[in-house]
Design a protein around this ligand. Structure first.
Ligand SMILES: *Cc1c(COP(=O)(O)O)cnc(C)c1O
Length: 237
């Protein structure tokens, strides 16, 4: 059985190979290790292998884990990213305990995050989640409404709008996997042409990592390829 450290280094190698194959600098793609449903011990093991950025979907689980990791590894710089659905009455702990939020898809949530972010923490990094799979998905802003939302979020004081995030419907054909990612690249380019200073495409998971990197992903969010299969029977989901 391979360890978290082995699998982490395998994923890093896959990212490097995919980046090189696309003519991109290997350092242009960051790995976000998605630790949802896994305990603080798994995060600490990944940290020992050099990983510092972790993604979480479920707020209470994340807050417990963040506290446990801080206690077990005091003084270690760990960067926490919130990547799950956001309830607008639960924005304060997200604004307080995370460095990035990838899953913003409405103005009200962005406004609350900005109001609740303590200025001394520095701006909260934001990606807007885009619904690239149309009716198949409930999360994410529609492509047609994206430019207006981006323009508004970019003005919020304690946020820094970095780019876009998407979770396309699962697709096994590697060629077809690239279609929604290519569309995301086009959406980002259009927002930049409109004057927004964006540098992030958060896209690609364990099953479509190469396709996402080929289309310009700058953050890939990888869970099961690092930590193994998830079990949702412990009150996590
Ligand atoms: C769970 C999750 C991931 C990781 O998925 P894997 O297929 O395990 O790599 C990435 N992004 C989001 C938003 C997720 O919820």
């Amino acid at each position: 059985m391979s360890t978290i450290s082995t699998k982490l280094h395998d994923v890093e190698a896959t990212i490097r190979t995919a980046a090189e194959g696309a003519g991109r600098a290997p350092g242009s793609v960051r790995l976000l290790a998605v630790s949802k449903t896994f305990g603080a011990d798994a995060v600490l093991e990944a940290m020992q292998a050099g990983q510092r950025a972790f993604g979480e979907n479920y707020l209470q689980e994340a807050l417990d884990k963040i506290a446990a990791v801080a206690q077990a590894a005091p003084g270690e710089a760990v960067e926490w990213h919130f990547i799950g659905p956001i309830q607008s009455n639960k924005t304060r702990p997200i604004a307080t305990h995370f460095a990035w939020v990838h899953s913003v898809d409405r103005l009200k949530v962005a406004q609350r995050l900005s109001e609740q972010r303590l200025p001394e923490l520095g701006p909260l990094n934001i990606c807007l989640q885009v619904n690239v799979s149309g009716e198949a998905s409930k999360s994410g802003i529609a492509e047609a409404e994206l430019p207006e939302l981006a323009r508004q979020v970019a003005t919020l004081r304690n946020l820094r709008l970095r780019g876009l995030m998407a979770i396309p419907e699962p697709e096994s054909d590697p060629v077809k996997q690239r279609e929604p990612f290519a569309r995301m690249r086009g959406l980002l380019e259009r927002l930049r042409a409109d004057g927004l200073e964006l540098d992030t495409l958060s896209m690609g998971m364990s099953a479509d990592l190469q396709a996402a990197v080929a289309e310009g992903a700058t953050i890939v969010r990888i869970g099961s390829a690092i930590f193994g299969a998830r079990h949702y029977d412990k009150g996590n989901a």
